[in-house]
Design a binder for this molecule. Structure first.
Ligand SMILES: *Cc1c(COP(=O)(O)O)cnc(C)c1O
Length: 214
C-alpha cells in the first residue's frame, strides 16, 4: 500500500486498509488487531456476528465493515453490530437499516455497491440507477452515505485493472457534482490494490494477501 501510494503521489494515510477475514477465525483477527489493524471486513453476517462477539473486549478500538450481500431479514442484526455496510444496493435495505439502527449508536456508514460490469450474477446497482438511489439513501436519517464500492470482474494487467476503478471514480465525481458530500471509494482487493490506489481508492479490501489463501 505504501508503494502504491508513493507511485500515485498520494499520502499513505489517504487509504485505509480493510482486513477481510472471511473464513478465518476470531483468533487470527485478534492477532491482527493486536498488531495494530483497526478496520475489519466480513462477508457473511452470521460468521461476522460470532467474531464481533468473540472480540467484544476490543470493540472500542475496532471498526466492523460488512462487505458481503445483505438480505433484508438480516438488517436488524447488521444495523446493531456493524459500523459500516459497503454492499447497499437497493432502497428497501437502506430504509430498513436506517429504521433499525439503534438510537444510542452513531449513524451507520454506508457505501452503495455498483455493478460495473453488468454481471447478472453479481449484486450492485446499475450505473444508470445510481443517482436516484444515492439521493434517496442520502436522505435517510440514521445512515451516512459515504461513497461507492465495487467488485469488478477479474482482469489481468495494470491498465485493464484500472479501467473499472476509473469508472467508479467517475461515478463518485458525478454524485458529488450533484451535491452529495461523498468521500469514499471502496475498491481494490489483493490482486488489484495498486490499480485501485492509482485511481483514487480510499479503502482497499484485502483478504488473502494478509491472512493467506482461503
Ligand atoms: C473476499 C473479498 C475481498 C478480499 O479478497 P482477496 O482477494 O482475498 O483480497 C474483498 N472484497 C470482497 C467484497 C470480498 O468478498
Amino acid at each position: 500500500m505504501a508503494a502504491a501510494c508513493a507511485a500515485a503521489q498520494r499520502p499513505v494515510q489517504s487509504v485505509t486498509l480493510l482486513a477481510v477475514g472471511k473464513t478465518f477465525g476470531a483468533d487470527v483477527l485478534r492477532e491482527a488487531a493486536t498488531a495494530g489493524q483497526r478496520a475489519f471486513g466480513e462477508n457473511y453476517v452470521q460468521e461476522a456476528l460470532a467474531k464481533i462477539d468473540a472480540l467484544s473486549d476490543l470493540r472500542a478500538g475496532i471498526e466492523w465493515h460488512l462487505i458481503g450481500p445483505l438480505q433484508s431479514n438480516k438488517t436488524r442484526d447488521v444495523a446493531a453490530a456493524f459500523d459500516w455496510v459497503h454492499s447497499v444496493d437497493r432502497l428497501k435495505t437502506a430504509e430498513r437499516l436506517s429504521a433499525q439502527r439503534p438510537v444510542d449508536l452513531p449513524p451507520l456508514q454506508v457505501c452503495l455497491q455498483v455493478n460495473l460490469d453488468g454481471e447478472a450474477s453479481k449484486s450492485g446497482v446499475a450505473p444508470a440507477e445510481l443517482l436516484t438511489l444515492a439521493r434517496a439513501v442520502a436522505a435517510l436519517p440514521r445512515l451516512r452515505l459515504r461513497g461507492l464500492m465495487s467488485i469488478p470482474a477479474p482482469r489481468a494487467g495494470a491498465a485493464a485493472q484500472r479501467e473499472p476503478h476509473r469508472r467508479l471514480r467517475g461515478l463518485l465525481e458525478a454524485l458529488r457534482a450533484d451535491g452529495l458530500a461523498l468521500d469514499t471509494l471502496s475498491m481494490g482487493m489483493s490482486d488489484d490494490l495498486e490499480a485501485a490506489v492509482a485511481e483514487g481508492a480510499t479503502i482497499v479490501r484485502v483478504g488473502s494477501a494478509i491472512f493467506g489463501q482461503r
